[in-house]
Ligand binder design. Structure first.
Ligand SMILES: Nc1ncnc2c1ncn2[C@@H]1O[C@H](COP(=O)(O)OP(=O)(O)O)[C@@H](O)[C@H]1O
Ligand SMILES: [Mg+2]
Length: 265
């Protein structure tokens, strides 16, 4: 599904700075009314730090966050960036503290929605940093402020990469093994994703890219092992059902934790 016209996306980087200033002014006028004041002020930081020069299209309107494609600013090599904006007013975030309480990165939890949303956003950003340095296939994090994260756009030209659930894989075993290898890299770097599913994996250049790291916890979290087991169970069940693999998720769980040398696939 082409989401951006060629005309909009292809602008030479040289021409950007002068044009960016004008665009910023125009864009902020447009976005007024769509975003609350706090979000607007944070978006302005993205413009002034050269992360994005304008928001182009909404890719996804989720329960808690919207994701946009943006034209990137002069600080970013790639042409496009993805911008995830968490909604501050979403009260379902209170339930999210289950994925914070017990994570040593959150010694104190406040019962204030804007605080929880900002910390959640910071957590997704920090988790993406850990994953990127562990060489996991995932979007590179660029910048965050409050409830807004800027990251690498995963897609082909102007097309957003499809979710795993919407493609038919030519080599499902290879893709499954890549996902498990990435979960192991995360585990070896003390991170559990905790929301792995066919929705949170995008297929790009034949490779699976893991996204949506907000729920991720450090493996010292009291439920970390349960979350890891659930992640492996969910993705294994998906591949076993759709592609008739016969993988034993308990064996894979042992492998990821380093208790087994390998697993059968
Ligand atoms: N970095 C990205 N590049 C391209 N598309 C993205 C990116 N991040 C998110 N998306 C799109 O937005 C959707 C929702 O993003 P996600 O992080 O899973 O948020 P949610 O919390 O709403 O599930 C994804 O399924 C994908 O289509
Ligand atoms: Mg998601």
């Amino acid at each position: 599904m082409p989401i951006i016209s060629e005309q909009v996306a292809l602008v030479s980087k040289k021409k950007r700075p002068e044009r960016d200033k004008h665009m910023l002014h125009e864009q902020l006028k447009i976005e007024e009314g769509v975003f609350d004041n706090r979000t607007m002020m944070r978006l302005e930081k993205f413009f002034s730090h050269g992360i994005i020069s304008r928001l182009l299209f909404l890719i996804s309107k989720g329960k808690e966050a919207n994701v946009y494609v943006a034209e990137s600013g002069e600080a970013i090599k790639e042409q496009l960036a993805a911008v995830k904006i968490f909604r501050i007013e979403t009260s379902s975030f209170y339930a999210r503290t289950d994925y914070m309480i017990g994570d040593p990165r959150f010694p104190k939890i406040r019962r204030e929605i804007s605080w929880i949303v900002n910390e959640w956003c910071k957590k997704e950003f920090g988790n993406l940093k850990i994953a990127t340095s562990a060489k996991v296939h995932c979007p590179k994090p660029y910048y965050f402020s409050g409830n807004v994260i800027g990251m690498e756009f995963i897609g082909d030209g102007n097309n957003v990469a499809p979710q795993l659930k919407d493609v038919v894989l030519e080599d499902p075993k290879k893709v499954y093994k890549t996902i498990i290898a990435d979960l192991k890299k995360l585990y070896d770097n003390e991170l559990i994703h905790a929301d792995i599913s066919e929705y949170n994996i995008l297929m790009h250049d034949g490779m699976p890219y893991i996204i949506d790291f907000g729920q991720g916890v450090i493996n010292k979290h009291p439920n970390a092992m349960m979350f890891l087991q659930r992640d492996i169970y969910n993705i294994t069940r998906y591949f076993n059902r759709k592609y008739r693999l016969e993988v034993d998720s308990e064996e894979v769980f042992g492998y990821v934790m380093g208790k087994e040398k390998n697993y059968k696939v």
